[in-house]
Ligand binder design. Structure first.
Ligand SMILES: [Zn+2]
Length: 398
């Protein structure tokens, strides 16, 4: 749950009984396999209250108990966990040119996922319909009926209002003007939908399932057709007062540069997005270059393609040096299209951070690619719902 007091679409007003249920469920989400005594410590509730609430949650099928399998003398303690099959979470990632979906059980086990190409930028209706069909497929394959799904998280490549889910910038996704993504998806899936910026969910995905597990201060930079930054600070996702924090791609790096799709001039995206790099190469090679072709050329050792990616990474790294100074992260994970180039993008990023961040900030941060590849965003969308599951379930059956 969020550590701050800003409005949160998942926040609930609980009565006393629900509040106790919420505390026990939240403690079991964070510490699966806890004894009743440990739960009393985690929740601040008395041991008898924990036992009463836990018994009630077991009766409603939300919590299971099992004996500690560690060898020990004496009677093994009884451990409590969330019941994996009690509820399910759906994730949807609407990329610029693909839709990806996944479903997990309550303990975060991914039961299935699907991906398909789609012209998300230009055809919102067909893309939303496709996402619905993929979700239905993956639920059916996993044997999960939609009445057992507590919600769907959804990643979108645009700045989004954290409360309303509305797209906040015209021009970023031009054909989505007037579309309310969460409302549209909710109508198609019949479950509550929460939508977030893709880089924010990429950060949450790596933090929950990937290379950022257990790291309290981490950043995730997404290098694709757009450039976004997701922040996890002090163990919590941070998206700012209205959801815009981390719009790294629209920092001005070139005062006399190109006009950006956001309407400003010389944004980082105009020189360093995967699309900008591919365009640069297209003009030098006098042939159309897709991002896939760009990545293929880098993999083949093409000097021009490697130079184009390296110079983009240098520009991104100079900006990330300032970000390292501002937030002093322990870990900086690189995701998105350009992460597939590995050291071609990582080496110039590391060098620029060493050159331009102050030494203690540069020395504290490890820069690497994420562990989840192109699944970071869809798994972050799943994690968004799992993180909200204690609140949803505490209020759900009263
Ligand atoms: Zn811009």
């Amino acid at each position: 749950m969020s550590a701050n007091n800003r409005p949160d679409p998942f926040s609930r007003r609980f009565n006393g009984r629900e509040e106790n249920r919420f505390r026990v469920l939240r403690a079991l989400y964070a510490h699966p396999g806890s004894t009743r005594t440990e739960l009393a410590e985690h929740t601040g509730l008395s041991r008898p209250t924990v036992s009463t609430v836990a018994d009630e949650l077991m009766q409603s099928g939300l919590v299971t108990q099992h004996e500690d399998s560690q060898p020990r003398t004496g009677r093994p303690p009884v451990l409590l966990s969330l019941a994996p099959g009690a509820a399910f979470a759906v994730g949807v990632d609407m990329g610029h040119a693909h839709v990806q979906v996944a479903v997990s059980n309550l303990s975060g086990e991914i039961l299935g996922d699907r991906r398909a190409d789609a012209d998300v930028d230009h055809d919102p209706v067909a893309s939303l319909d496709l996402a619905r069909d993929l979700v239905h497929d993956v639920l059916e394959q996993a044997g999960v009926t939609s009445d057992r799904v507590i919600g769907a998280g959804m990643a979108l490549s645009a700045p989004l209002d954290r409360t309303s889910g509305a797209i906040l910038a015209e021009g970023i996704l031009p054909n989505w003007s007037g579309v309310q993504p969460a409302v549209e998806m909710q109508a198609r899936l019949g479950v509550p939908v929460e939508v977030r910026n893709d880089a924010n969910l990429g950060a949450l995905g790596e933090h929950t399932f990937g290379a950022g597990r257990g790291v309290d201060d981490m950043l995730y930079v997404r290098l694709s057709a757009g450039i976004g930054l997701g922040l996890v600070l002090d163990g919590h996702p941070y998206s700012g007062t209205s959801g815009i924090a981390g719009e790294l791609g629209h920092l001005r790096v070139k005062p006399d540069g190109l006009i950006c799709r956001c309407g400003n001039r010389g944004c980082l995206e105009t020189v360093a997005s995967s699309a900008a790099v591919a365009r640069l190469l297209a003009s030098s090679r006098d042939e159309p270059i897709s991002v896939e072709r760009l990545l293929d050329l880098v993999a083949r050792g093409d000097r021009g393609a490697i130079r184009a990616v390296s110079e983009a990474a240098q520009a991104i790294g100079e900006v990330l040096a300032s970000v390292a100074n501002l937030f002093n992260p322990q870990l900086l994970l690189v995701g998105g299209d350009l992460a597939a180039t590995g050291d071609t993008v990582l080496a110039p990023l590391r060098t620029a951070i060493e050159q331009y961040a102050i030494a203690p900030a540069a020395g504290a941060v490890t820069v690497s690619t994420g562990a989840l590849g192109d699944k970071a965003e869809v798994l972050g969308a799943v994690a968004l719902i799992l993180g909200a599951s204690p609140a949803i379930l505490a209020a759900g059956s009263t």
